[in-house]
Design a protein around this ligand. Sequence first.
Ligand code: GTP
Ligand code: MG
Length: 232
Amino acid sequence: MTIRVPVVERILSANDQLAVANRAQLDAAGVFSVNLMASPGAGKTSLITGTIQALQGELRIGAADGDLASSLDADRVAALGVPAVQINTGGTCHLDAAMFQGALSCLPLGQLDLLIVENVGNLVCPAAFQLGTHRSVLIASVPEGDDKPYKYPPMYRGVDALVLNKIDVLDAFDFDVDYFQRGVQALNPDLAFFPLSCKSGAGIEAWLEWLRAEVRAYKERRDVPGNSGTDH
Ligand SMILES: Nc1nc2c(ncn2[C@@H]2O[C@H](COP(=O)(O)OP(=O)(O)OP(=O)(O)O)[C@@H](O)[C@H]2O)c(=O)[nH]1
Ligand SMILES: [Mg+2]
């Protein structure tokens, strides 16, 4: 154990350096980016496609989709006529900054306002690897159960916004939203919270409004002379 700790620290620090370079590349092109993280099947691709369909007339959106294998998710996004790239990680359970750098080189950044990154479905590892995106968003979903903030605290602690997807099946899963929210509040009291259903569309407008406001604020920061738009 005494040997493993410094090795892990060195890997993360190399990753963080690449993440800084990725952020600089995004800022040079003026592209606001969001890292979507969630467990497998929580609705990451559904939220991306729903968001694109709703905002396509307002924002130029692209996507990078991470999965161990297949191009299924990028194909779903590309079918909407927007730039999409699939990142296959092989066996790795998270995206890292080097993988994201590869995806950036395949995307027409100069033609985008917003880049949505779909991380690999996993509630543990993605939280430890910065990509260089501007915001991190966690999607929880009702079938996972209301105890997940208590069991996977690092993921809930490190994000800027939380989507609770699949509220259309709340009753079927006896999901206690108050209990869930109390767990979230204890870890991350300031995060934005969006209960919604990608299936029915309920609640999605508040999520879209948050995203619109984030992109707008990013563009406004960039308009200040000498400011790249980046903030953390
Ligand atoms: N009932 C219900 N089902 C949903 C909702 N959103 C997504 N689903 C379903 O959940 C399943 C998984 O959705 P995806 O969007 O593929 O989930 P994902 O997180 O991208 O999955 P991976 O990329 O495989 O980790 C699909 O069968 C969707 O139709 C929702 O709001 N309500
Ligand atoms: Mg997906």
